[in-house]
Design a binder for this molecule. Structure first.
Ligand code: ATP
Ligand code: MG
Length: 360
């Protein structure tokens, strides 16, 4: 089986590494010639809308998937006319526009923060009357790692934020959550669904810092699974799917979904019977899914902006280091480490040391 991946970042790299034992051949498409996944898989160098490059990817693949959802719809459609594309173009499209995504949540009865479109300062008063204050102003498209977002606390900071972000925005209520959770599922070609345990995520400045799995008990796990099931069926989805959630005292609110493997699932490489990467490949290749059961407790820490000393990380008990081979840049995800232990209590002291090491 030859797998094509649109996008050659660390997610594609980890997909490629999971593909080798399965005897799969991976080709990635990326605009950068030193793409992370290009170090471990064949690279087609080109833009996501470059038809020549897309054609080379299609020719090299029996099935095409994505490590990045912001692929132009025209490119996804063009590929789909030539090779099976999983998940399909509709899942990508829905995840590309925060308003389409939130309307989909609402239509499926999945609670989400109150929201309103904003295309200029003239819309602000009406939007704030829907969301209240504080609120978060976000670009509808192309945001990631908290980029293109501003928390607004009053009319004047809202005006300023609109001036900075431009048009094509959405204002949403600021959620005073207890914690952030995510749930990762995989759906096979026959419609079978398996769920990983819920993950607790800590973000700072809009970027994921740590993920702990399984999350300590939540009263809302069934609500999360129900929401994901509805989305998977609605999107006729195949592959790994992630729903990001805010847990509040009144229950869960859906933040956004990712039609792909997810940073909050990296722990599954060492911490689950079958990793999210292997299960995504199994799903898109039409193979049986593997067990999503956790092996004990895991915590993953992202390395952002700089890589720590490998010696120090690897001296910690139960630590696994992943270096994506990316050039350092402030705010860039360069690698991660996962700690595993039979029980969560054993992780705490080691996590504290890992966090210190990660800060340099
Ligand atoms: N309405 C909100 N209320 C409170 N916090 C929020 C809200 N929206 C976003 N955040 C915070 O900012 C983080 C990033 O937001 P969001 O997931 O919308 O952005 P993103 O840029 O698409 O991030 P990524 O792609 O990295 O998940 C959230 O995980 C959360 O910590
Ligand atoms: Mg997010």
């Amino acid at each position: 089986m030859r797998i094509g991946v649109v996008g050659g970042g660390q997610l594609a790299r980890m997909l490629a590494m999971a593909a080798y034992p399965l005897g799969m051949q991976v080709t990635v498409l990326d605009a950068s010639s030193d793409a992370s996944a290009g170090q471990v898989a064949d690279l087609v160098h080109g833009d996501f809308s470059d038809r020549k490059a897309l054609g080379r990817l299609a020719d090299a693949s029996d099935v095409v998937t994505f490590d990045f959802e912001n692929v132009p719809a025209a490119s996804a459609d063009w590929l789909a006319a030539r090779v099976p594309v999983r998940p399909g173009a509709r899942a990508l499209e829905m995840s590309q526009d925060r308003i389409a995504e939130k309307e989909l949540f609402t239509r499926l009865g999945i609670p989400t923060p109150r929201f309103a479109p904003v295309d200029g300062t003239a819309d602000l008063e009406a939007a704030i009357s829907v969301t209240g204050l504080p609120a978060v102003l976000k670009t509808r498209r192309l945001g990631y790692d908290g980029k293109g977002q501003r928390v607004v606390r009053d009319m004047s900071s809202a005006m300023e934020a609109v001036e900075q972000l431009g048009s094509g925005l959405v204002l949403e209520s600021f959620v005073d959550f207890e914690r952030e959770l995510s749930i990762i599922a995989v759906r096979g070609m026959g419609g079978e669904v398996a769920f990983y345990p819920m993950v607790e995520n800590l973000h700072r400045d809009g970027i994921l810092r740590h993920s702990s799995a399984p999350a300590t008990a939540t009263a809302h796990a069934q609500d999360a699974r129900d929401a994901v099931e509805r989305l998977l069926v609605e999107l006729d989805y195949v592959g790994v799917f992630t729903l990001e959630l805010f847990e509040t005292t009144d229950g869960l609110l859906a933040n956004e979904f990712a039609p792909r493997v997810h940073n909050s699932g990296h722990w599954t490489i060492e911490g689950a019977v079958t990793s999210q990467f292997e299960n995504h490949l199994r799903a898109v290749a039409g193979l049986p899914l593997g067990s999503t059961a956790p092996r004990g407790a895991s915590v993953m820490v992202n390395f952002i902006g700089s890589m720590p000393d490998a010696d120090k990380v690897l001296s910690l008990p139960g630590a696994h280091l992943h270096d994506y081979g990316k050039r350092p840049r402030p705010g860039r995800k360069l690698g991660h480490a996962t700690l595993n232990a039979p029980a969560a209590e054993e992780l705490d002291p080691v996590l504290a040391r890992l966090i210190t090491i990660a800060r340099g």
